[in-house]
Design a protein around this ligand. Structure first.
Ligand code: SF4
Length: 245
């Protein structure tokens, strides 16, 4: 799928991104649904902001396809949450799988690749599966927030990226939660009765794969606790596209 540049120009994206800064969440989502329908898809790792966004979308009748990157290394609590959310919302959430099994990864790269080369592990288990999934979409909707980390503070509500140079295809990335803060997200989760990961109640702030997620210390940013001991703050899914145009 993906976009041709005559379907959504960089100028229009910049104008929309500016106007979305003060728009209600439903209005932003309505634009994506009205213009792209099911060619816009929500990717979620079940963090709070994504859950709020999905709840608003579904209650407004916007039936975006929803997917998660199932690395096969998520916490049992996360898999259980996926099932609870599917029952709560009456939907199916696609678990996008890596093309390499854990056993093959261990055979080719040695055991526990995440301990010695987490970038390589994330490429196999997250980035490549995401690229495959995004090739079927025109708009990728995420729950990214600026407040989460230094690397996310310049996130725009609507962005445009080159996706396939050979075929001159682009993809729009929509981050409707970019200007939300953590307190507002959690107030919505509680008031709307949205199921959430019980690990949050045990002190985990950002929850990813089990081997690479630990408790963050108080005062650290929201992404602290991911890849402790490595100079790594992003898995690559939000950086592989390069700079927005
Ligand atoms: S977060 Fe850790 S276990 Fe998950 S894909 Fe990346 S390196 Fe591998």
């Amino acid at each position: 799928m993906s976009l041709r540049i005559d379907e959504l120009s960089p100028t229009e994206v910049r104008q929309l991104a500016d106007s979305f800064e003060t728009a209600p969440l439903e209005e932003i989502l309505r634009w994506a649904w009205g213009r792209f329908g099911t060619n816009a898809g929500i990717g979620t790792s079940f963090q709070g902001a994504g859950l709020v966004m999905i709840d608003h979308a579904l209650k407004a009748g916007f039936k975006f396809p929803i997917f998660t990157l199932d690395t096969n290394l998520l916490f049992p609590e996360t898999y259980e949450l996926k099932s609870r959310l599917e029952a709560h919302w009456g939907i199916s959430i696609e678990g996008v799988q890596p093309s390499v099994s854990l056993a093959d990864q261990a055979r080719e790269n040695g055991p526990e690749l995440w301990k010695k080369a987490p970038d390589a592990c994330c490429t196999i288990r997250k980035v490549e599966p995401l690229q495959r999934k995004l090739s079927s979409l025109s708009v990728w909707i995420t729950g990214l927030r600026r407040q989460q980390s230094d690397t996310r503070e310049k996130t725009r509500i609507l962005e445009l990226y080159r996706f396939d140079d050979l075929r001159e295809l682009y993809i729009a990335k929509m981050n409707p939660m970019a200007n939300w803060d953590r307190d507002a997200v959690w107030a919505e989760i509680k008031s709307r009765g949205i199921p959430y990961n019980p690990l949050h109640d045990r002190g985990y702030r950002s929850i990813g794969c089990q081997p690479c997620t630990s408790l963050a210390k108080s005062g650290e940013n929201e992404r602290a606790g991911r890849w402790t001991g490595f100079d790594k703050t992003e898995c690559g899914i939000h950086t592989f596209l390069g700079a927005s145009i």
